[in-house]
Design a protein around this ligand. Structure first.
Ligand code: FAD
Length: 390
């Protein structure tokens, strides 16, 4: 008789939970993922879908920038069909932007992010709708993805390795015995039925809700839900990701998503990720600043306005907030807080979900005595379409 496989319950099916399920299933764990809504119905399903080259963070947040450029290349290898590798431009519109260029180019070089300075004729040729005030532009390997498809591809691959994915299952309580988390009580939101799911280890991958799940185990997680507003405009006015050549600020990204363009974003602390009130002035600012980069956006109708909260590592109301907080990630083994069998992963980006999954899976496997190494850098993801196969 073979010994039962170690079991892991992953809470949350955003990009972090989906990538974690994939990693742990490949290492031979018996994985169950529970998600209170549809797949990617948290922050992941409401972001720009910008596959970061890391250039946006190179000057102020080099650690995150390096993570992004490494993971961008890995995703391009394991999931090429999910990405539009259309590139990005950093565009200077005034003298301040121009003055930032040298710092920007130096920082990208230090982080290993390839750059190419373009002539204005090349810029006009590549992106005719860009502002005629453009003074200089640098090309970087940004891209675009569909967040839902990315999550489904991770989960479809996990399912092909025997993982079970349960949407519409909300964790209401954790099963705790002798200071060890051994499962969760989960309510099916469609039927109201409650079941207890037992597991050797529970992974808390609930993004901006991570502190709530942690509180069920009586431990604290430093998550700072930091919201941002995005505006989608009908019409594909650009084919590349257009960034302002300046430190990250409100409304400085314009990117294509299918037949729309998305303008983002703003940044402010929120107490409740389920109750983000979208300030009208943020919407106006997105449109104003987006049109400064791409004036033809004023021809398009607003298709959607949406917001989500970043699960940044930090404290609500802490000395550092919003854009000052790093976009890198952190994993917490709550054995350090006196609660075993329970691990939390927060922070990061959808672009770096695979690396986040590797980190948390290394911690989980060390606790379980699983010696299999991470292989997600090389294993191609299955088509997202197979996630719905019986
Ligand atoms: C405005 C904005 C723009 C962004 N743009 C980009 C971008 O362009 N590119 C990029 O790479 N990153 C971007 N990000 C960052 C990225 O979206 C996040 O880092 C990432 O989505 C976090 O994923 P996650 O899986 O950790 O969290 P989430 O996606 O929030 O997933 C957590 C899941 O846990 C579930 N959950 C919560 N409580 C329970 C419970 N009790 N039981 C069961 N399930 C539960 C939630 O429903 C949710 O689906 C952006 C973020 C914001 C806010």
């Amino acid at each position: 008789m073979t010994a039962p496989r170690p079991s892991v319950l992953v809470i949350g099916a955003g990009s972090t939970g989906a990538a974690t399920a994939h990693d742990l299933a490949l290492r031979g764990c018996a994985v169950v993922v529970v998600e209170r809504g549809e797949i990617a119905s948290g922050t992941t399903g409401r972001n720009h879908g910008l596959l970061h080259s890391g250039a946006r963070y190179a000057v102020k947040d080099a650690e995150s920038a390096v993570e992004c450029v490494v993971e961008r290349d890995i995703l391009a290898r394991i999931a090429p069909d999910l990405l539009e590798l259309n590139g990005g431009l950093f565009v200077a519109l005034n003298e301040d932007d121009l003055a930032y260029r040298e710092r920007f180019l130096d920082a990208c070089a230090r982080c290993g992010i390839p750059t190419r300075e373009l002539t204005l004729a090349q810029v006009r040729d590549l992106e005719p709708a860009l502002s005629s005030s453009c003074l200089a532009a640098v090309e970087v390997p940004d891209g675009v993805f569909d967040s839902l498809h990315l999550c489904l591809a991770f989960l479809a691959t996990a399912e092909s390795n025997d993982a079970t994915v349960l949407p519409y299952r909300e964790v209401e309580a954790l099963v705790i015995r002798a200071s060890s988390v051994e499962g969760a009580i989960v309510r099916d939101r469609r039927t109201g039925e409650r079941v207890t799911l037992e597991a050797d280890i529970v992974v808390n991958a609930t993004g901006p809700w991570a502190d709530r799940i942690a509180a069920l185990a009586g431990v604290d997680v430093p998550v700072a839900p930091t919201a941002g507003v995005m505006v989608a405009v009908n019409g594909r006015y650009v084919d590349r990701v257009i960034n302002r050549m300046a430190p990250p600020a409100d409304g400085d990204i314009v990117l294509p998503q299918r037949r729309t363009v998305v303008i983002g974003t703003s940044s402010w602390s929120v107490a409740d990720p389920d109750a983000i009130a979208i300030p009208a002035e943020h919407v106006a600012l997105m449109l104003e600043r987006g049109r400064a980069l791409v004036p033809r956006l004023q021809e398009g109708q607003t298709r959607a306005v949406f917001a989500a909260a970043r699960p940044l590592v930090g404290r609500v109301g802490g000395a550092e907030a919003g854009r000052e907080l790093s976009r890198t990630f952190q994993c917490f083994d709550h054995a350090a807080d006196g609660v075993d069998g329970f691990v939390t992963i927060i922070g990061g980006k959808t672009t770096t979900a695979r690396a986040m999954a590797e980190k948390v899976s290394d911690v989980v496997c060390a606790k379980l005595g699983v010696t299999a190494a991470c292989t997600t850098r090389m294993v191609p993801l299955r088509s997202y379409r197979t996630a719905y196969d019986a």
